[in-house]
Design a protein around this ligand. Structure first.
Ligand code: ATP
Length: 488
């Protein structure tokens, strides 16, 4: 079987597993679902929250100069005029005239490149990058035609011209417009960042922040994505974890490098193989951007962006200053060594780190999903185990009395009571112990503890480690500290 087929199978297996074990469900499934919108089930909600907390802690607790906010999804519509989203938040699209299917041009070409040998793929992607940078739509169409790229539905190359398509969702705000022509439209925010920019001075003043400092936020964002068929990789409603770091103009180069390194370290801190990550430096930059890169991860569907790091100059604050007619300046009383005077008033430059929470969830799931063959000459056996980093696992400890009698459940309950205030535990006494272990493997529980008759005699229990399946006998009163140690 080809590697590509294997990877497609693995992706499908992950999607099925996510549903079967209560991680991710299609939204409104009983009505046949809503395209590219998903719900998180009991274990999914735990995992998602743990990822969010891990990010939030690394930003707002481990950096003394970063504070968090929680801004509303609705914003004054002028925000989106100022940010450029009304005029520019669009992607070049092309329609296949036979299937009527619409594609994002870059995705269509990238998908074709995935089928080519490495050299040819690189040449094609380089050509695409330069045409995108030049906004040469006729050239992009020609590139699609000369490479004989066809629609996956109709199989034909009968394409329309390349056009721009705005990705923002629009809705009515308050009562319907009183007079024809009154505009009461608002947008569902397509990124969380603008809630940070418009609050820049509120936060700086109330939290008494000094440049350089950052503002972090986690929240929903909405994009009317055209190609939306890659499970939670590309959703129409999703969550972002964004941080805007405000710096003195002239220092943005070093801070960009700092955050580029720091963000990759954050990922690697989860113990994930570094070979599965790479940087992709952008060639096509927005006119205001100084530098930008993506952190890409090797998903089963190939290397794809999980996070963006962008050096955005003073573009956003300047735009808001212009549109709101309110100064967005900061007074810096640090002394400039070259002049011997304070740096004084300026509009800070911004380095942004922006990661999709759902995409990070998919990364963790893809990296964790493992099918193991445990067959022996006597017996065929296998297991599916989610090797989720212990600190992110939905359940940390399963407490399993070997039997439903002889006082074992009571002892197990004692351990539950001791631990459940400190971390998420799960209690189960049904089925054979092997079956119970497999169920915990399937949701990624790093530790299972079994209480048996020996526990009654000497106060020891068996702890089983998820990845190695090794078991050891330890005092029951050491379990809580052991788990706490592993999840911090
Ligand atoms: P892409 O090129 O994949 O559309 P983007 O470059 O438009 O992404 P950004 O605007 O930089 O993405 O958003 C920051 C992060 O938000 C991305 O790195 C990604 O993790 C996440 N993200 C963006 N769009 C979606 C989406 N439709 N569904 C899930 N996550 C998303």
């Amino acid at each position: 079987m080809s590697t590509q087929q294997n990877n497609t199978d693995k992706f499908q297996a992950i999607i099925s597993h996510a549903k079967e074990y209560g991680f991710v469900f299609q939204s409104s499934e009983i009505y046949d679902g809503l395209s590219a919108v998903y719900d998180y089930g009991p274990y999914g909600a735990e995992l998602k929250k743990n990822i969010k907390d891990y990010w939030w802690k690394s930003m707002t607790q481990l950096h003394e100069n970063i504070v968090g906010i929680d801004a509303a999804i609705f914003m004054h519509p002028t925000t989106w005029k100022a940010s450029g989203h009304i005029d520019n938040f669009s992607d070049p699209m092309i329609d296949n005239k036979d299937s009527k299917k619409r594609y994002r041009v870059d995705h269509l070409i990238e998908a074709h490149a995935d089928t080519l040998p490495a050299d040819a793929a690189k040449a094609l992607l380089d050509a695409m990058d330069s045409l995108l940078a030049a906004e040469d739509f006729a050239g992009l169409k020609q590139l699609i035609e000369t490479n004989k790229i066809v629609c996956s539905v109709s199989g034909t190359a009968n394409w329309t011209d390349v056009r721009q398509f705005n990705l923002m969702f629009k809705t009515e705000f308050g009562a319907v417009a009183a007079e024809p022509g009154d505009d009461n439209h608002v947008y569902l925010r397509p990124e969380t960042a603008q809630g940070i920019f418009v609050n820049f001075l509120n936060v700086q003043k109330t939290a008494r922040m000094k440049v350089p400092f950052g503002i972090a936020q986690v929240g929903k964002a909405f994009r009317n994505e055209i190609v939306a068929r890659q499970f939670i990789f590309r959703m129409r409603e999703f969550e972002q974890m964004e941080m805007q770091f405000f710096v003195r103009p002239g220092t943005e180069g070093e801070w960009y490098q700092y955050w580029k390194d720091a963000r990759l370290k954050w990922h690697l801190g989860l113990g994930i193989d570094a070979a599965k990550y790479r940087y992709h430096d952008h060639i096509k930059l927005a006119h205001y951007a100084k530098e930008a890169c993506d952190i890409e991860f090797e998903f089963p569907i190939g290397f794809k962006e999980v996070e963006g790091i962008h050096s955005r100059s003073d573009f956003d604050l300047m735009q808001h200053q212009t549109y709101s007619r309110k100064k967005q300046q900061y007074f810096d009383n640090d002394v400039d060594p070259t002049t011997g005077k304070p740096y004084g008033n300026y509009v800070p430059y911004v380095i942004e780190t922006s990661i999709g929470l759902d995409r990070m969830f998919l990364l963790i799931l893809s990296n964790a999903y493992t099918e193991e063959d445990l067959s022996t000459p006597e017996k065929q056996d296998s297991r599916v185990v989610l090797k989720i980093p212990a600190k992110l696992a939905p359940v940390k400890l399963a407490v399993l009395p070997l039997l439903k009698k002889d006082g074992l459940p009571e002892i197990a309950r004692e351990l539950m009571n001791e631990c459940k205030g400190a971390f998420k535990c799960f209690y189960e006494e049904k089925d054979a112990i092997g079956k119970r272990y497999r169920r915990q493997d399937a949701i990624g529980t790093p530790f299972c503890v079994t209480i048996d008759h020996q526990t009654k005699e000497d106060g020891t229990v068996t702890i089983r480690h998820r990845d190695s399946m090794q078991q050891e006998r330890v005092p029951m009163n050491s379990i809580k500290a052991m788990v706490l140690n592993a999840i911090h």
